[in-house]
Ligand binder design. Structure first.
Ligand code: UDP
Ligand code: MG
Length: 361
């Protein structure tokens, strides 16, 4: 029997890339031909609300090549959203994401697929010899270092979107904001195995980057969220509780010193050290705020992980027709949903609830 050739989806977010799109598909096609014995390919072009001829060009390309799927968004949503759309429409056993501005070389794709064949779930491109300007390279280096330190990820280059993923892993991702940069971190969080391959890097040949210097600050903020997401999403009180304890601790120290001054040296500490006293009060109030915020967050993540599962009651037992005893006060008196059966038998509860319901209060 001839083994099934795996389907590889190439996901391309495109925003005003009409100048290079045809050339990109041509180069991709050339590379695909060299691998046609092993894989079949599809291209998912996501037009992210381009205002040039990108969409027309993409549709023309799709009209003559049935491997090309074009998804057109109603407006410009940004690269992350465009990538998520691409992943949602990709059917591949393997999915490859890359930029459409020719900064990523189709000729590097076989190396990605080799790593996937070796059993890795995610293969990240590593721009080991970056040719872009210092203003791009250094912030990126710093961000990569920080992400590695904070998340335990070992790849050099988290930021480039030239990556390959096993289809089942990438379809688990839910990207928001500008989180396309942190997919390796999110994938690692899901338990994916991650490696990297060196890729070529050049300056953008046509047009300008869609991102300016403000990206550095945004990336820093995203990293703060990422650490919270990866380490504390299922236990937010650990973060907010610690902040609350730190505030209470500092306030206690300040108040203790002020108290000591009052008692030992008869200083009117509240009046003469009013700044410190005020600081202690602010810390106390902040501590309460952090604590309450932590509690609210705990409730919110329960809604996130187990939506719609909470019930504000636990039924002791339900008796069937004729015998209507045993329903706890507050249960609906019209007893709707009670089905006739043997008297005394409780119904509608999961096994664990049954045993709890049967236990004495
Ligand atoms: N892109 C997109 N929507 C946007 C901005 C960019 O789909 O709002 C696409 C763009 O067409 C390119 C890729 O994302 O294929 C990377 O964009 P860019 O080259 O501007 O980013 P950089 O290489 O500077 O990180
Ligand atoms: Mg680019």
């Amino acid at each position: 029997m001839v083994p099934r050739r795996e389907l590889v989806s190439i996901v391309l977010p495109v925003y005003n890339e009409a100048a290079t799109l045809s050339q990109l598909i041509e180069r991709l096609d050339r590379v695909m031909r060299t691998m046609s014995g092993r894989y079949t390919f599809e291209f998912v072009l996501v037009d992210d609300g381009s205002v040039d001829e990108t969409l027309d060009t993409a549709r023309h390309l799709a009209a003559v090549d049935d491997r090309i799927k074009v998804v057109a968004l109603r407006r410009n949503y940004g690269q992350t959203a465009a990538l998520q759309v691409g992943f949602d429409h990709a059917d591949g056993d393997v999915v490859i994401s890359m930029d459409a501005d020719l900064q990523h070389f189709p000729e590097d794709i076989p190396a990605f697929l080799d790593r996937i064949e070796q059993g890795y779930d995610v293969v990240c491109g590593w721009r080991s010899d970056r040719r872009e300007g210092l203003a791009r390279r250094w912030p990126s280096k710093a961000a990569n270092w920080l992400v590695r330190k904070l998340t335990g990820l070992t790849v050099h280059d988290v930021g480039t979107t030239f990556r390959a993923y096993r289809g089942d892993v990438v379809r688990q991702l839910r990207l928001l904001g500008e989180h396309h940069r942190f997919i390796p971190v999110l994938a690692k969080n899901l338990g994916a195995t991650i490696t990297e391959v060196e890729i070529k890097n050049i300056e953008r040949p046509v047009g300008n980057s869609n991102y300016g210097l403000s990206r550095t600050l945004n990336v820093l903020l995203d990293i703060v969220f990422l650490v919270f997401y990866v380490k504390y999403l299922d236990r937010p009180i650990r973060v907010f509780g610690r902040l609350a304890l730190a505030c209470f601790g500092l306030a206690a120290i300040i108040l203790a010193v002020l108290g000591f001054l009052t008692i030992a040296y008869h200083v009117a500490a509240v009046r003469e050290r009013s700044g410190w006293f005020l600081l202690a009060l602010v810390l106390l109030v902040s501590g309460v705020q952090f604590l309450l915020f932590g509690l609210v967050s705990e409730v919110v993540v329960r809604m996130y992980f187990y939506p719609g599962q909470a019930k504000p009651y636990l039924v002791r037992s339900i008796s069937r027709s004729g015998v209507s005893s045993g329903i706890v006060p507050g249960e609906r008196s019209e007893s709707r949903g009670i089905v006739p059966s043997e008297p005394g038998e409780s119904i509608g509860l999961a096994p664990s609830e049954r045993s709890e319901a049967g236990a004495p209060r």
